[in-house]
Design a protein around this ligand. Sequence first.
Ligand code: FAD
Length: 482
Amino acid sequence: MPPDASSNDACLAALKAIVGERHVLTDAVDTELFLTDHRARYHGKALAVVRPSSTAEVAKVVRACADAGVAIVPQGGNTGLCGGATPLEPRPAVVLRLDRMNRIRALSPAEETVTVEAGCILADIQAAAARQGLLFPLSLGAEGSCQIGGNISTNAGGIAVLRYGAMRQLVLGLEVVLADGTVLDGLRRLRKDNAGYDLKQLFIGAEGTLGIVTAAVLKLFPAIRSRSVAMMQLSSVEDALALFARARATFGERISSFEIIGSSYMDFVLRYVPGTVMPFAQTSPWYLLIEAGDSQPDAPLAAAMEGFLAGAFEAGLISDATIASSLAQEEAIWKLRHGVTGEFKLAGKTMSHDTSVPVAEQPAFVRRVEEGVLAAYPDADVMMVGHIGDGNIHVVVLFPHERFAGSDDFEAASDAIDVIIDDVAMELGGSITAEHGVGTTYRKRLARTKNPAELALMRQIKALLDPENRMNPGKLFLPGAA
Ligand code: FAD
Protein backbone atom coordinates (compact mmCIF):
# COMPACT_ATOMS: atom_id res chain seq x y z
CA MET A 1 0.00 0.00 0.00
CA PRO A 2 1.50 3.42 -0.91
CA PRO A 3 2.25 5.50 2.17
CA ASP A 4 0.05 8.55 2.78
CA ALA A 5 0.05 11.41 5.27
CA SER A 6 -1.78 9.42 7.92
CA SER A 7 0.57 6.43 7.64
CA ASN A 8 3.53 8.85 7.82
CA ASP A 9 2.04 10.33 11.01
CA ALA A 10 1.48 6.86 12.40
CA CYS A 11 5.06 5.96 11.52
CA LEU A 12 6.40 9.06 13.30
CA ALA A 13 4.32 8.25 16.37
CA ALA A 14 5.67 4.68 16.36
CA LEU A 15 9.25 5.94 16.00
CA LYS A 16 8.80 8.35 18.93
CA ALA A 17 7.47 5.50 21.04
CA ILE A 18 10.57 3.43 20.20
CA VAL A 19 13.45 5.92 20.60
CA GLY A 20 11.82 8.69 22.63
CA GLU A 21 10.30 11.90 21.31
CA ARG A 22 13.47 14.00 21.54
CA HIS A 23 15.38 11.56 19.33
CA VAL A 24 12.97 11.94 16.42
CA LEU A 25 13.98 15.26 14.85
CA THR A 26 11.51 16.88 12.50
CA ASP A 27 12.17 20.63 12.71
CA ALA A 28 14.12 22.01 9.76
CA VAL A 29 16.58 23.74 12.06
CA ASP A 30 17.46 20.40 13.72
CA THR A 31 17.53 18.26 10.58
CA GLU A 32 19.18 20.53 8.02
CA LEU A 33 22.72 19.41 8.84
CA PHE A 34 21.79 15.76 8.27
CA LEU A 35 19.94 16.39 5.01
CA THR A 36 22.93 17.95 3.25
CA ASP A 37 25.98 15.98 2.21
CA HIS A 38 29.54 16.85 3.21
CA ARG A 39 30.27 18.59 -0.09
CA ALA A 40 26.95 20.50 0.06
CA ARG A 41 26.14 19.12 -3.37
CA TYR A 42 22.91 17.37 -2.34
CA HIS A 43 20.03 18.63 -0.22
CA GLY A 44 17.51 15.96 0.74
CA LYS A 45 14.14 15.63 2.40
CA ALA A 46 13.03 13.29 5.18
CA LEU A 47 10.07 12.71 7.43
CA ALA A 48 12.48 12.74 10.35
CA VAL A 49 15.98 12.10 11.57
CA VAL A 50 15.80 9.19 14.00
CA ARG A 51 18.47 8.42 16.63
CA PRO A 52 18.14 4.95 18.13
CA SER A 53 20.40 3.95 21.04
CA SER A 54 20.58 0.17 20.67
CA THR A 55 20.41 -2.66 18.14
CA ALA A 56 16.99 -3.61 19.50
CA GLU A 57 15.74 -0.07 18.84
CA VAL A 58 17.18 -0.12 15.32
CA ALA A 59 15.32 -3.38 14.63
CA LYS A 60 12.06 -1.87 15.92
CA VAL A 61 12.59 1.31 13.86
CA VAL A 62 13.16 -0.80 10.75
CA ARG A 63 9.97 -2.78 11.39
CA ALA A 64 7.93 0.39 12.01
CA CYS A 65 9.23 1.86 8.74
CA ALA A 66 8.46 -1.40 6.92
CA ASP A 67 4.88 -1.30 8.20
CA ALA A 68 4.47 2.25 6.88
CA GLY A 69 6.38 1.70 3.61
CA VAL A 70 8.94 4.31 4.65
CA ALA A 71 12.51 4.14 3.34
CA ILE A 72 15.59 4.28 5.59
CA VAL A 73 18.80 6.16 4.87
CA PRO A 74 21.48 5.20 7.41
CA GLN A 75 23.90 7.93 8.33
CA GLY A 76 27.16 7.89 10.27
CA GLY A 77 29.33 11.00 10.46
CA ASN A 78 28.01 12.27 7.10
CA THR A 79 31.56 12.72 5.83
CA GLY A 80 31.06 10.52 2.76
CA LEU A 81 32.17 12.11 -0.50
CA CYS A 82 29.56 10.75 -2.92
CA GLY A 83 26.16 11.67 -1.52
CA GLY A 84 25.44 8.21 -0.07
CA ALA A 85 23.88 9.33 3.22
CA THR A 86 21.43 11.95 1.89
CA PRO A 87 17.75 11.03 1.31
CA LEU A 88 17.05 12.07 -2.27
CA GLU A 89 14.23 9.83 -3.48
CA PRO A 90 10.71 11.26 -3.73
CA ARG A 91 9.25 8.52 -1.49
CA PRO A 92 9.03 9.19 2.26
CA ALA A 93 12.22 8.33 4.12
CA VAL A 94 13.81 8.68 7.51
CA VAL A 95 17.49 9.33 8.13
CA LEU A 96 18.71 6.81 10.69
CA ARG A 97 21.62 8.31 12.58
CA LEU A 98 23.73 5.86 14.56
CA ASP A 99 25.53 8.48 16.67
CA ARG A 100 23.95 7.42 19.98
CA MET A 101 25.23 3.87 19.47
CA ASN A 102 28.79 4.79 20.38
CA ARG A 103 29.79 2.23 23.00
CA ILE A 104 32.89 0.12 22.88
CA ARG A 105 31.37 -3.17 23.99
CA ALA A 106 34.62 -5.08 24.60
CA LEU A 107 38.34 -4.82 23.94
CA SER A 108 40.56 -7.87 24.26
CA PRO A 109 44.32 -7.23 24.26
CA ALA A 110 44.89 -11.00 24.32
CA GLU A 111 42.87 -11.55 21.16
CA GLU A 112 43.72 -8.16 19.65
CA THR A 113 40.06 -7.47 18.95
CA VAL A 114 37.62 -4.70 19.78
CA THR A 115 33.83 -4.95 19.61
CA VAL A 116 32.25 -1.60 18.82
CA GLU A 117 28.86 -0.13 18.06
CA ALA A 118 28.34 1.40 14.65
CA GLY A 119 28.20 5.00 15.88
CA CYS A 120 31.69 5.00 17.44
CA ILE A 121 33.82 7.79 16.00
CA LEU A 122 36.87 6.34 14.25
CA ALA A 123 39.32 8.46 16.31
CA ASP A 124 37.73 7.19 19.55
CA ILE A 125 38.37 3.59 18.51
CA GLN A 126 41.97 4.44 17.64
CA ALA A 127 42.35 6.09 21.07
CA ALA A 128 40.78 3.14 22.93
CA ALA A 129 43.18 0.75 21.18
CA ALA A 130 46.16 3.04 21.92
CA ARG A 131 45.31 3.07 25.64
CA GLN A 132 45.89 -0.69 25.61
CA GLY A 133 49.17 -0.39 23.67
CA LEU A 134 47.42 -1.49 20.48
CA LEU A 135 46.64 0.00 17.09
CA PHE A 136 43.46 0.23 15.07
CA PRO A 137 45.09 1.16 11.77
CA LEU A 138 42.27 2.69 9.70
CA SER A 139 43.25 6.34 9.36
CA LEU A 140 41.78 9.05 7.14
CA GLY A 141 41.29 12.79 7.03
CA ALA A 142 37.77 12.63 8.47
CA GLU A 143 38.68 10.34 11.39
CA GLY A 144 37.56 12.88 14.00
CA SER A 145 33.95 12.75 12.78
CA CYS A 146 33.33 9.67 10.60
CA GLN A 147 31.84 6.64 12.33
CA ILE A 148 32.89 3.03 12.11
CA GLY A 149 29.48 2.03 10.68
CA GLY A 150 30.08 4.49 7.84
CA ASN A 151 33.66 3.26 7.42
CA ILE A 152 32.41 -0.32 7.16
CA SER A 153 29.57 0.60 4.82
CA THR A 154 31.93 2.42 2.46
CA ASN A 155 34.78 -0.09 2.87
CA ALA A 156 36.95 2.92 3.73
CA GLY A 157 40.63 2.89 2.84
CA GLY A 158 42.84 5.78 3.93
CA ILE A 159 46.56 6.04 4.46
CA ALA A 160 47.56 2.64 5.85
CA VAL A 161 45.89 0.24 3.40
CA LEU A 162 49.27 -0.77 2.05
CA ARG A 163 50.17 -2.44 5.33
CA TYR A 164 46.86 -3.33 6.98
CA GLY A 165 44.27 -3.46 4.19
CA ALA A 166 40.99 -1.53 3.84
CA MET A 167 37.95 -1.99 6.08
CA ARG A 168 37.12 -5.32 4.44
CA GLN A 169 40.34 -6.76 5.84
CA LEU A 170 39.82 -5.26 9.30
CA VAL A 171 36.40 -6.67 10.20
CA LEU A 172 36.16 -10.07 11.89
CA GLY A 173 32.45 -10.03 12.76
CA LEU A 174 29.40 -7.93 11.98
CA GLU A 175 25.95 -7.32 13.43
CA VAL A 176 23.42 -6.11 10.87
CA VAL A 177 19.71 -5.29 10.97
CA LEU A 178 18.07 -6.51 7.78
CA ALA A 179 15.25 -4.82 5.86
CA ASP A 180 12.56 -6.84 7.68
CA GLY A 181 14.01 -6.04 11.12
CA THR A 182 15.84 -9.37 11.58
CA VAL A 183 19.06 -8.96 13.58
CA LEU A 184 21.84 -10.89 11.83
CA ASP A 185 24.19 -11.55 14.73
CA GLY A 186 27.57 -12.31 13.20
CA LEU A 187 29.65 -10.73 15.99
CA ARG A 188 32.20 -13.55 15.96
CA ARG A 189 35.76 -12.89 17.08
CA LEU A 190 37.18 -15.64 14.89
CA ARG A 191 40.35 -15.30 12.84
CA LYS A 192 39.36 -18.37 10.88
CA ASP A 193 35.78 -19.27 9.95
CA ASN A 194 34.96 -21.28 6.88
CA ALA A 195 31.45 -22.29 7.88
CA GLY A 196 29.69 -21.31 4.67
CA TYR A 197 29.50 -18.00 2.82
CA ASP A 198 31.24 -15.03 4.39
CA LEU A 199 28.03 -13.01 4.66
CA LYS A 200 29.57 -10.04 6.45
CA GLN A 201 31.46 -9.15 3.28
CA LEU A 202 28.13 -8.49 1.52
CA PHE A 203 27.36 -5.66 3.91
CA ILE A 204 30.86 -4.16 3.96
CA GLY A 205 30.92 -1.56 1.19
CA ALA A 206 27.15 -1.93 0.57
CA GLU A 207 26.55 1.73 1.54
CA GLY A 208 23.46 0.92 3.57
CA THR A 209 21.59 -0.59 0.62
CA LEU A 210 21.35 -4.11 2.10
CA GLY A 211 20.95 -3.50 5.82
CA ILE A 212 22.05 -1.40 8.77
CA VAL A 213 25.38 -2.16 10.40
CA THR A 214 24.87 -1.89 14.16
CA ALA A 215 28.10 -3.35 15.59
CA ALA A 216 31.36 -4.97 14.54
CA VAL A 217 34.34 -6.91 15.83
CA LEU A 218 37.52 -5.29 14.52
CA LYS A 219 41.12 -6.51 14.31
CA LEU A 220 43.76 -4.70 16.34
CA PHE A 221 47.53 -4.74 15.83
CA PRO A 222 50.62 -4.05 17.93
CA ALA A 223 51.08 -0.29 18.44
CA ILE A 224 53.74 1.43 16.39
CA ARG A 225 56.59 2.46 18.73
CA SER A 226 59.23 3.60 16.24
CA ARG A 227 58.38 5.61 13.19
CA SER A 228 60.10 7.43 10.38
CA VAL A 229 58.34 9.90 8.09
CA ALA A 230 60.09 11.39 5.08
CA MET A 231 59.14 13.54 2.12
CA MET A 232 61.09 13.73 -1.11
CA GLN A 233 61.02 15.51 -4.45
CA LEU A 234 61.07 13.61 -7.71
CA SER A 235 60.37 14.19 -11.36
CA SER A 236 58.07 11.38 -12.48
CA VAL A 237 55.53 8.73 -11.47
CA GLU A 238 57.87 6.12 -12.99
CA ASP A 239 60.52 7.18 -10.48
CA ALA A 240 57.93 6.92 -7.70
CA LEU A 241 57.34 3.27 -8.64
CA ALA A 242 61.10 2.61 -8.73
CA LEU A 243 61.28 4.13 -5.24
CA PHE A 244 58.35 1.95 -4.14
CA ALA A 245 60.28 -1.20 -5.10
CA ARG A 246 63.37 0.07 -3.25
CA ALA A 247 61.32 1.03 -0.18
CA ARG A 248 59.81 -2.46 -0.13
CA ALA A 249 63.29 -3.94 -0.25
CA THR A 250 64.47 -1.69 2.61
CA PHE A 251 61.46 -1.71 4.93
CA GLY A 252 59.44 -4.77 3.88
CA GLU A 253 55.94 -4.74 5.35
CA ARG A 254 56.89 -1.92 7.73
CA ILE A 255 55.92 0.73 5.15
CA SER A 256 52.39 1.80 6.04
CA SER A 257 52.02 4.79 3.73
CA PHE A 258 53.42 5.56 0.31
CA GLU A 259 51.70 8.70 -0.90
CA ILE A 260 52.21 10.91 -3.92
CA ILE A 261 51.42 14.61 -4.35
CA GLY A 262 51.55 16.38 -7.72
CA SER A 263 52.99 19.91 -7.96
CA SER A 264 49.66 21.52 -8.73
CA TYR A 265 48.02 19.94 -5.67
CA MET A 266 51.01 20.99 -3.53
CA ASP A 267 50.68 24.59 -4.77
CA PHE A 268 46.99 24.48 -3.87
CA VAL A 269 47.67 23.18 -0.34
CA LEU A 270 50.37 25.76 0.33
CA ARG A 271 48.09 28.53 -0.84
CA TYR A 272 44.82 27.54 0.81
CA VAL A 273 45.47 25.30 3.84
CA PRO A 274 46.46 27.44 6.84
CA GLY A 275 49.67 26.45 8.60
CA THR A 276 51.28 24.52 5.74
CA VAL A 277 54.92 25.15 4.90
CA MET A 278 56.96 23.88 1.96
CA PRO A 279 59.89 21.86 3.39
CA PHE A 280 62.09 22.40 0.29
CA ALA A 281 63.83 25.40 -1.28
CA GLN A 282 62.60 24.59 -4.80
CA THR A 283 59.41 23.20 -6.26
CA SER A 284 59.33 19.91 -8.14
CA PRO A 285 56.89 17.99 -10.40
CA TRP A 286 56.10 15.35 -7.76
CA TYR A 287 56.47 14.80 -4.02
CA LEU A 288 56.45 11.48 -2.21
CA LEU A 289 55.60 10.87 1.43
CA ILE A 290 56.76 7.64 3.04
CA GLU A 291 55.93 6.43 6.52
CA ALA A 292 57.52 3.32 7.98
CA GLY A 293 56.77 1.97 11.44
CA ASP A 294 57.84 -0.79 13.77
CA SER A 295 56.31 -2.19 16.94
CA GLN A 296 59.75 -2.27 18.63
CA PRO A 297 60.56 1.00 20.46
CA ASP A 298 64.19 1.16 19.36
CA ALA A 299 63.97 -0.10 15.77
CA PRO A 300 66.64 1.69 13.68
CA LEU A 301 64.12 3.12 11.22
CA ALA A 302 65.67 6.59 10.93
CA ALA A 303 69.00 5.04 9.91
CA ALA A 304 67.20 2.80 7.41
CA MET A 305 65.39 5.84 6.00
CA GLU A 306 68.69 7.74 5.65
CA GLY A 307 70.18 4.78 3.81
CA PHE A 308 67.13 4.52 1.59
CA LEU A 309 67.29 8.21 0.68
CA ALA A 310 71.06 8.14 0.08
CA GLY A 311 70.56 5.23 -2.36
CA ALA A 312 67.69 7.09 -4.07
CA PHE A 313 69.88 10.21 -4.53
CA GLU A 314 72.70 8.11 -5.95
CA ALA A 315 70.33 6.43 -8.39
CA GLY A 316 69.11 9.85 -9.53
CA LEU A 317 65.53 9.11 -8.42
CA ILE A 318 65.07 12.09 -6.10
CA SER A 319 66.35 15.66 -6.10
CA ASP A 320 65.77 16.60 -2.44
CA ALA A 321 64.41 14.97 0.71
CA THR A 322 63.62 15.67 4.34
CA ILE A 323 63.21 13.29 7.29
CA ALA A 324 61.00 14.38 10.18
CA SER A 325 62.94 14.52 13.42
CA SER A 326 60.05 15.31 15.77
CA LEU A 327 56.34 14.65 16.06
CA ALA A 328 55.69 18.26 15.03
CA GLN A 329 57.69 17.76 11.85
CA GLU A 330 55.87 14.51 11.09
CA GLU A 331 52.56 16.33 11.48
CA ALA A 332 53.77 19.21 9.29
CA ILE A 333 54.69 16.78 6.52
CA TRP A 334 51.41 14.90 6.82
CA LYS A 335 49.48 18.17 6.71
CA LEU A 336 50.73 18.72 3.17
CA ARG A 337 49.09 15.43 2.19
CA HIS A 338 46.05 15.44 4.45
CA GLY A 339 45.34 19.05 5.27
CA VAL A 340 42.64 19.77 2.68
CA THR A 341 39.13 19.60 4.12
CA GLY A 342 36.74 22.16 2.66
CA GLU A 343 39.30 24.39 0.89
CA PHE A 344 38.45 23.35 -2.68
CA LYS A 345 35.30 25.45 -2.40
CA LEU A 346 37.45 28.55 -1.85
CA ALA A 347 39.48 27.98 -4.99
CA GLY A 348 36.75 27.29 -7.53
CA LYS A 349 34.64 24.48 -8.90
CA THR A 350 36.13 21.03 -8.53
CA MET A 351 35.46 17.56 -9.86
CA SER A 352 37.03 14.88 -7.70
CA HIS A 353 37.81 11.33 -8.71
CA ASP A 354 38.76 8.25 -6.74
CA THR A 355 40.07 5.95 -9.44
CA SER A 356 42.28 2.91 -8.92
CA VAL A 357 44.40 1.10 -11.48
CA PRO A 358 46.95 -1.70 -11.08
CA VAL A 359 50.02 -0.23 -9.36
CA ALA A 360 52.29 -0.59 -12.41
CA GLU A 361 49.78 1.19 -14.68
CA GLN A 362 49.87 4.48 -12.75
CA PRO A 363 52.40 6.28 -14.97
CA ALA A 364 50.19 5.59 -18.01
CA PHE A 365 47.08 6.59 -16.07
CA VAL A 366 48.53 9.92 -14.98
CA ARG A 367 49.90 10.78 -18.41
CA ARG A 368 46.77 9.83 -20.33
CA VAL A 369 44.37 11.53 -17.91
CA GLU A 370 46.35 14.77 -17.98
CA GLU A 371 46.56 14.74 -21.77
CA GLY A 372 42.89 13.82 -22.21
CA VAL A 373 41.47 16.39 -19.78
CA LEU A 374 43.73 19.23 -20.99
CA ALA A 375 42.94 18.49 -24.64
CA ALA A 376 39.23 18.92 -23.91
CA TYR A 377 39.54 21.66 -21.26
CA PRO A 378 42.84 23.55 -21.69
CA ASP A 379 41.97 25.91 -18.80
CA ALA A 380 41.52 23.08 -16.27
CA ASP A 381 43.93 22.67 -13.38
CA VAL A 382 44.46 18.89 -13.14
CA MET A 383 45.64 18.08 -9.63
CA MET A 384 46.79 14.63 -8.55
CA VAL A 385 47.26 13.22 -5.06
CA GLY A 386 46.89 9.80 -3.58
CA HIS A 387 47.88 6.44 -2.34
CA ILE A 388 50.36 5.41 -5.04
CA GLY A 389 51.28 2.30 -3.07
CA ASP A 390 47.66 1.14 -3.52
CA GLY A 391 47.24 2.23 -7.17
CA ASN A 392 44.76 4.89 -6.04
CA ILE A 393 45.52 8.37 -7.39
CA HIS A 394 42.81 10.95 -6.76
CA VAL A 395 42.37 13.31 -9.70
CA VAL A 396 40.90 16.69 -8.79
CA VAL A 397 40.00 18.93 -11.72
CA LEU A 398 39.69 22.57 -10.71
CA PHE A 399 38.09 25.43 -12.65
CA PRO A 400 37.74 29.08 -11.60
CA HIS A 401 34.37 29.93 -10.00
CA GLU A 402 33.33 32.06 -12.97
CA ARG A 403 34.14 29.38 -15.58
CA PHE A 404 30.62 27.91 -15.87
CA ALA A 405 27.63 30.07 -16.65
CA GLY A 406 25.07 27.64 -15.21
CA SER A 407 24.97 24.41 -13.24
CA ASP A 408 24.01 22.51 -16.43
CA ASP A 409 27.29 23.57 -18.04
CA PHE A 410 29.16 22.37 -14.99
CA GLU A 411 27.30 19.04 -15.00
CA ALA A 412 28.01 18.58 -18.71
CA ALA A 413 31.73 19.27 -18.24
CA SER A 414 31.80 17.04 -15.19
CA ASP A 415 30.21 14.17 -17.17
CA ALA A 416 32.63 14.66 -20.05
CA ILE A 417 35.64 14.59 -17.71
CA ASP A 418 34.26 11.49 -15.96
CA VAL A 419 34.14 9.72 -19.31
CA ILE A 420 37.71 10.72 -20.17
CA ILE A 421 39.06 9.48 -16.84
CA ASP A 422 36.89 6.34 -16.66
CA ASP A 423 37.79 5.24 -20.17
CA VAL A 424 41.50 5.45 -19.35
CA ALA A 425 40.91 3.58 -16.07
CA MET A 426 38.88 0.83 -17.73
CA GLU A 427 41.45 0.32 -20.48
CA LEU A 428 44.11 -0.08 -17.80
CA GLY A 429 42.02 -2.58 -15.78
CA GLY A 430 40.97 -0.10 -13.07
CA SER A 431 37.92 0.87 -11.00
CA ILE A 432 35.99 4.15 -10.94
CA THR A 433 35.94 4.15 -7.15
CA ALA A 434 38.76 2.82 -5.02
CA GLU A 435 37.58 3.81 -1.54
CA HIS A 436 34.83 6.43 -1.54
CA GLY A 437 31.99 4.21 -2.76
CA VAL A 438 29.29 4.92 -5.33
CA GLY A 439 26.50 6.68 -3.43
CA THR A 440 24.58 9.08 -5.65
CA THR A 441 27.47 10.74 -7.44
CA TYR A 442 29.02 7.73 -9.14
CA ARG A 443 25.87 5.80 -10.13
CA LYS A 444 25.97 6.77 -13.79
CA ARG A 445 29.66 5.90 -13.99
CA LEU A 446 29.09 2.56 -12.30
CA ALA A 447 26.31 1.71 -14.76
CA ARG A 448 28.57 2.64 -17.67
CA THR A 449 31.69 0.81 -16.56
CA LYS A 450 30.72 -2.20 -14.46
CA ASN A 451 30.73 -5.58 -16.08
CA PRO A 452 27.01 -6.24 -16.90
CA ALA A 453 27.03 -9.72 -15.35
CA GLU A 454 28.40 -8.33 -12.07
CA LEU A 455 25.90 -5.46 -12.10
CA ALA A 456 23.01 -7.89 -12.71
CA LEU A 457 24.13 -10.08 -9.81
CA MET A 458 24.39 -7.02 -7.56
CA ARG A 459 20.79 -6.14 -8.45
CA GLN A 460 19.65 -9.70 -7.69
CA ILE A 461 21.32 -9.57 -4.27
CA LYS A 462 19.67 -6.19 -3.58
CA ALA A 463 16.26 -7.56 -4.62
CA LEU A 464 16.72 -10.63 -2.41
CA LEU A 465 17.71 -8.72 0.73
CA ASP A 466 15.56 -5.64 0.19
CA PRO A 467 12.60 -6.66 -2.00
CA GLU A 468 10.71 -3.42 -1.33
CA ASN A 469 13.77 -1.27 -2.04
CA ARG A 470 13.52 0.62 1.25
CA MET A 471 17.17 0.42 2.37
CA ASN A 472 18.89 3.57 1.12
CA PRO A 473 16.95 3.53 -2.15
CA GLY A 474 18.41 5.29 -5.19
CA LYS A 475 22.01 4.69 -4.12
CA LEU A 476 24.51 2.58 -6.11
CA PHE A 477 22.03 1.77 -8.88
CA LEU A 478 20.55 4.23 -11.35
CA PRO A 479 16.78 4.00 -10.91
CA GLY A 480 15.17 2.17 -13.79
CA ALA A 481 18.46 1.30 -15.53
CA ALA A 482 19.00 -2.35 -16.45
P1 FAD B 1 28.45 8.60 6.07
O1 FAD B 1 28.98 9.65 5.19
O2 FAD B 1 27.47 9.01 7.10
O3 FAD B 1 27.79 7.43 5.18
C1 FAD B 1 28.49 6.87 4.11
C2 FAD B 1 27.64 5.73 3.51
O4 FAD B 1 27.52 4.66 4.45
C3 FAD B 1 26.21 6.13 3.18
O5 FAD B 1 25.79 5.40 2.07
C4 FAD B 1 25.42 5.71 4.40
O6 FAD B 1 24.06 5.45 4.10
C5 FAD B 1 26.14 4.45 4.80
N1 FAD B 1 26.13 4.18 6.25
C6 FAD B 1 26.62 4.96 7.25
N2 FAD B 1 26.49 4.33 8.43
C7 FAD B 1 25.91 3.14 8.17
C8 FAD B 1 25.50 2.04 8.97
N3 FAD B 1 25.70 2.04 10.29
N4 FAD B 1 24.94 0.98 8.37
C9 FAD B 1 24.74 0.95 7.02
N5 FAD B 1 25.08 1.97 6.22
C10 FAD B 1 25.67 3.05 6.79
N6 FAD B 1 37.46 7.88 2.63
C11 FAD B 1 38.41 6.93 2.42
O7 FAD B 1 38.07 5.76 2.19
N7 FAD B 1 39.74 7.24 2.48
C12 FAD B 1 40.18 8.48 2.76
O8 FAD B 1 41.39 8.71 2.79
C13 FAD B 1 39.21 9.48 3.01
N8 FAD B 1 39.59 10.72 3.34
C14 FAD B 1 38.64 11.66 3.61
C15 FAD B 1 39.06 12.93 4.01
C16 FAD B 1 38.11 13.91 4.28
C17 FAD B 1 38.59 15.27 4.73
C18 FAD B 1 36.73 13.63 4.16
C19 FAD B 1 35.69 14.66 4.47
C20 FAD B 1 36.31 12.37 3.78
C21 FAD B 1 37.26 11.38 3.50
N9 FAD B 1 36.87 10.09 3.13
C22 FAD B 1 37.82 9.13 2.91
C23 FAD B 1 35.43 9.77 2.94
C24 FAD B 1 34.66 9.41 4.23
O9 FAD B 1 35.25 9.94 5.37
C25 FAD B 1 34.54 7.90 4.33
O10 FAD B 1 33.76 7.42 3.26
C26 FAD B 1 33.91 7.41 5.65
O11 FAD B 1 34.08 6.01 5.70
C27 FAD B 1 32.44 7.75 5.78
O12 FAD B 1 32.04 7.52 7.12
P2 FAD B 1 30.78 8.31 7.73
O13 FAD B 1 30.54 7.77 9.09
O14 FAD B 1 30.94 9.75 7.61
O15 FAD B 1 29.63 7.78 6.76
